[in-house]
Design a binder for this molecule. Structure first.
Ligand code: AKB
Length: 316
């Protein structure tokens, strides 16, 4: 059966890479990229594109009706750091946008929906090391509790309406094809750009702040593997923990220095993102994803560093 895949929020860090991967598998014409902004350089002239604002219910309904997608990926969101500057807007976009998509997915009998959650669903009272799938969750950012509420809605739509919705709690994502926008883990991408451009970088988190991170190739593979898994293997309909690897700014700086020996790292005195990072897990237990759909990580920190620097060199 030919899939018709609708990707909402395609211009972002995940969307840019996911659209390219989906188009390789399903053919460019079967993957409709959409965003509130004009297509970015990677999406331009590579396949169908629509303007979509998840809060514009009428237009979104029209797009579902026009394309009758079999799969929908909803990636439009306001991330943790920007969410703290615009709390009401973050709640509205992250929550109302999700509910619009879930409702239209039911109405138009979409076969599968993907919606990303995040390690931000955990909070200061969650276990910080090897954080389990199920534990105390008291996120204290708007982004975090919008993701936690979203997870509950996803499970609810699965239980009440039989909607096949699948989700991952992404760690911080690192990729070279697109920049992250407004998150707490963004430093782990900026460091590579700055190392190549200026040979130095001032991070906004302290040297010892460990956070779970993942290379984009792994994240895209995890997403596609989850979406391809037979429905009976999916035992979690809220969102799966996804671990990646955990490292500190000091550790990533040391890896960069191995390949760019004169690289210098410094650390900001204070930054509001530090409090967000301190409330998040340092490492994650993703054994349920391994068990249910065979998840295996490929990229460790040295491999990420080498791949990032090699690829970025050719594009910046
Ligand atoms: C952020 O930092 O806000 C995101 C995330 C971990 O969900 N990258």
């Amino acid at each position: 059966m030919t899939e018709k895949i609708f990707v909402i929020g395609a211009n972002g860090q995940i969307g840019t890479e996911l659209v390219a991967a989906l188009r390789k598998i399903h053919g460019a014409e079967n993957v409709i990229a959409s965003d509130i902004n004009s297509p970015n350089y990677a999406l331009r002239n590579t396949g169908p594109f629509e303007y979509a604002n998840v809060l514009d219910k009428e237009n979104l309904h029209h797009l579902f009706d026009k394309h009758r997608p079999t799969q929908v990926y909803l990636l439009a969101a306001i991330l943790s750091a920007v969410g703290e500057q615009k709390p009401k807007m973050a709640w509205d976009l992250n929550m109302t946008g999700l509910l619009h998509v879930l409702d239209f997915a039911v109405e138009f009998k979409v076969q599968k929906v993907f919606w990303p959650s995040s390690i931000a669903v955990f909070g200061p009272h969650s276990p910080q090391h090897n954080t389990p799938q199920y534990c105390v969750m008291d996120p204290n950012t708007v982004y975090g509790f919008s993701k936690l509420a979203g997870e509950r809605w996803c499970e609810y739509y699965f239980e009440k309406y039989g909607l096949d919705v699948r989700s991952l709690r992404y760690p911080g994502l690192i990729g070279w094809r697109a920049n992250p926008g407004g998150g707490t883990t963004d430093y782990a991408v900026h460091i590579f750009h700055e190392a190549l451009k200026h040979g130095k970088y001032q991070g906004f988190l302290s040297a010892q702040t460990a956070l779970p991170m993942m290379y984009m190739d792994d994240a895209i593979r995890a997403t596609l593997t989850l979406m391809d898994a037979p429905a009976e293997q999916i035992t979690i309909r809220s969102s799966y923990n996804l671990a990646g690897i955990s490292f500190t700014p000091e550790e990533i700086a040391a890896e960069v220095k191995k390949l760019i020996p004169n690289f210098e790292m410094s650390y900001a005195e204070s930054d509001p993102r530090q409090a967000i990072a301190d409330s998040w897990p340092k490492s994650i237990d993703d054994s349920q994803a391994q068990q249910d759909w065979g998840w295996q990580l490929e990229y460790d920190l040295p491999k990420i560093t080498e791949d990032m620097l090699t690829n970025l060199k050719s594009v910046i």
